[in-house]
Design a binder for this molecule. Sequence first.
Ligand code: MTE
Ligand code: MO
Length: 209
Amino acid sequence: MTRIRIRLNGYANSSTNLGPELGDRVPPGQHLAKGFPVLTYGETPSVSPSNWQFKVWGLVQEEKSFTWEDFMAMPQTDFTADFHCVTTWSKLDVQWTGVKVTDFMQSIQLSPNAVHVMEHCYGGYTTNIAMEDFLREENFFAHTLFGEPLPPEHGGPLRLVVPHLYAWKSAKWINGLEFLNKQELGFWERNGYHERGEPWAEERYSSQY
Ligand SMILES: Nc1nc2c(c(=O)[nH]1)N[C@H]1C(S)=C(S)[C@@H](COP(=O)(O)O)O[C@H]1N2
Ligand SMILES: [Mo]
């Protein structure tokens, strides 16, 4: 299996006292979490892989529906990536297994005017992401966390992980992608959070633009 270690840090962060090795991995205003906190707005949906369905619609040549078996038949990759929640906790070196977004996208034909994506989830959560942020090589759909099936509270059976943006873009219980010809706002983005959410630039709130 392919293994990918994602390092997205860029510069030393003088706002923490973490030392040179960690200072350039923990973005400004963040601290290291103990354990792996769970951050969910609302209930944790319960979905078994046998009932699970994933849909793609909007600006695609053909709307499509995927089963759990479809996802498991795609190339599988191990990832190690840092995870940054806008509420200021970060967790380094989270180990996941899943399907790269770019591998999944081999099964999709986008319309030429698709420039933005809405992530949809069981439970109704949504979050938006620009196409160039979505199609990055280090993004993936995860079904395994530290070698175990992804627990429901962390988004199992399947979640998206977008390591270069704050973790609210990493939709848990993801069940669909809607391709758009312009930006629309997801749940937190309509409720005061930044449309993009890049941790190194501290893009936290919509009041910043
Ligand atoms: N469907 C859904 N996805 C979600 C959320 C949510 O409430 N619902 N919370 C987001 C936020 S704010 C964060 S920080 C991460 C938390 O992931 P974790 O609970 O696995 O730590 O999930 C993101 N994805
Ligand atoms: Mo978060």
